[in-house]
Each structure stands twice: as structure tokens, then as C-alpha cells.
Design a protein around this ligand. Structure first.
Ligand SMILES: [Mn+2]
Length: 271
């Protein structure tokens, strides 16, 4: 595992290493003065979002294939099948952004003068041919676009990546990056939404400003995060910070069980 960060102190890194003795974690400290990290952050997204654009230069050169994951996620199924997906010659594979409507997509195309039919991906889960990206330089191109005019990209690096990779990425099934907007029944989703509504998540991405490390989270899969939190060395600290108590756990577990039951019902009806 490769962990890119800006300011996690050694004591915390060591605690994580001790907690996962079977995982070899390579920590990469990126200087906060790095030009990429001086770009303005988004409202609820820190400037750490730009770290993904540095993976091609920071992660060890021996690494060709990389599965990039945000930190605001819980893994619900084995990711080995994802890791093994053929990239069909592309540098990048991702899922659609499920919060983008057909209208948003049309606006995006107009804004950046993009032609032809294509869709917009979410950059939280990226399967990357890092070797190819080092050769072709797509991440550098995205970074250059942002450095030239950060204000032009409302969703920062995700917008820039979608411009650079327009029509040049492979679509992954929605379950590999299950975003919050799939929970809203009335959301208009780019492409054909009906095909993606009843997804059983393999990776739950807690998109939006609400996060499962606070008491106010209502996401039906927040339990997956809390279940892990109970085993974490940081449990007491996170609970105190997020106002998480026994009631939070019980409520989250009930919501989760209800959701799983509903999904099973839906899938049975369809079969
Ligand atoms: Mn995220």
C-alpha cells in the first residue's frame, strides 16, 4: 500500500503500521509547499485532493499498476477482481460520477469545448496504468491546466482530469465507487440511470460534506465504517471528535441491516 499524505506525524504512521502488520505501507510525505498543494482547496475537500495528480512522480517507479482510493470510503467486497480488470490500452479506468446529470454533462462539455459523446467520471476510485501515465504525461497536463487557471475548474482536479481524459478512459461498474447520490431516488444521472440504481456496493464512497466519522451521518452503509472504527487504535479520539456514542452505532447498524434487506428484496424481485 502506498499512502500519500502531507502532515501525518510519525507517531500516527507507526500506530497504523502496527495495527496492520500484514500490510507493507509505503508512506510518502509530500511537502505542503509543493506547487500542487498551494492550489486553492474546495469547500469541503482539502488540498490533499491534488495528491492523486502526483502519484506518477511520487510513487516508486517500479509500480506500474495502481489502484487509487480516496480516504472517505469503506471497502465492502474483495477488490482483487477490480485490480485485475483489463484496462484495454487506456491509462485510466473509473466509474461514472453518479452526481452528474445529463444537463451537468452538457454544461461541462460546453464549458471546456469538448466534442463527441462521452461521460464524466468520479476521481475517488481510479485504476491506473501508472507506467503509461509517466510516458504520456496526462497527470502533468491536468496539473498544468489547474496551475494556469484554478478558478476555471469548479471541481478542481476532478474537472481537469475529465478534460484531459475526455473519451480516453474505461468505464468501471458502478459498484466499485458507490456514491451517495445513488441513494437519492429522484437524482437524474448522466447516461442511463435505470441501469445503475440498484447497485450492491463493493466500495462505498462517502461523497459530499457528510462523513461517517460524525454523529450526523445518515448513510445506510456508514456501519461499514463504524464497524472498523471499533477496532481502530484511533477509536476514542474519533468518537470524541465526531460526537459518536453507543446510540450512533446502534442506529447505524439498524439502518445498514434495513438497507441490506431492502436490496435483497429488490434483487430477488428482479431475478
Ligand atoms: Mn472522496
Amino acid at each position: 500500500m502506498h499512502a500519500l499524505h502531507t502532515a501525518i506525524p510519525a507517531s500516527r504512521r507507526n500506530a497504523v503500521d502496527r495495527h496492520f502488520p500484514d500490510i507493507e505501507i509505503n508512506w510518502y510525505s509530500v511537502d505542503r509547499d509543493h506547487p500542487a498543494l498551494r492550489l486553492a482547496p474546495l469547500i469541503h475537500i482539502s488540498s490533499a485532493t491534488y495528491l492523486r495528480l502526483l502519484t506518477d512522480v511520487i510513487v516508486d517507479v517500479s509500480v506500474d499498476r495502481l489502484l487509487y482510493l480516496d480516504v472517505d470510503m469503506s471497502i465492502a467486497q474483495d477488490v482483487l477482481p477490480l485490480w485485475q480488470i483489463d484496462l484495454d490500452g487506456y491509462s485510466l479506468a473509473a466509474t461514472l460520477d453518479q452526481g452528474i446529470s445529463n444537463e451537468d454533462l452538457a454544461t461541462f462539455k460546453r464549458m471546456y469545448n469538448l466534442s463527441g459523446d462521452a461521460l464524466y467520471f468520479n476521481a475517488g476510485v481510479l485504476l491506473l496504468d501508472l507506467g503509461r501515465i509517466r510516458e504520456v504525461g496526462e497527470f502533468k497536463q491536468a496539473l498544468d491546466l489547474l496551475t494556469a487557471d484554478r478558478d476555471r475548474y469548479a471541481l478542481a482536479d476532478q474537472d481537469a482530469l475529465n478534460v484531459v481524459f475526455w473519451q480516453r478512459w474505461k468505464t468501471l461498474p458502478a459498484k466499485w465507487n458507490f456514491q451517495r447520490s445513488l441513494l437519492y431516488a429522484d437524482t437524474d444521472i448522466q447516461g442511463d440511470a435505470r441501469l445503475r440504481r440498484d447497485v450492491v456496493p463493493a466500495i462505498v464512497h462517502f461523497t459530499g460534506s457528510q462523513k461517517p466519522w460524525t454523529r450526523d451521518e445518515w448513510h445506510p452503509y456508514a456501519w461499514l465504517y463504524l464497524k472498523q472504527l471499533r477496532k481502530s487504535v484511533f477509536r476514542a479520539e474519533i468518537e470524541a471528535k465526531g460526537g459518536i456514542g453507543p446510540r450512533t452505532y446502534v442506529k447505524a447498524l439498524l439502518r445498514y441491516l434495513l438497507r441490506v434487506k431492502l436490496m435483497r428484496g429488490t434483487l430477488r424481485r428482479r431475478a
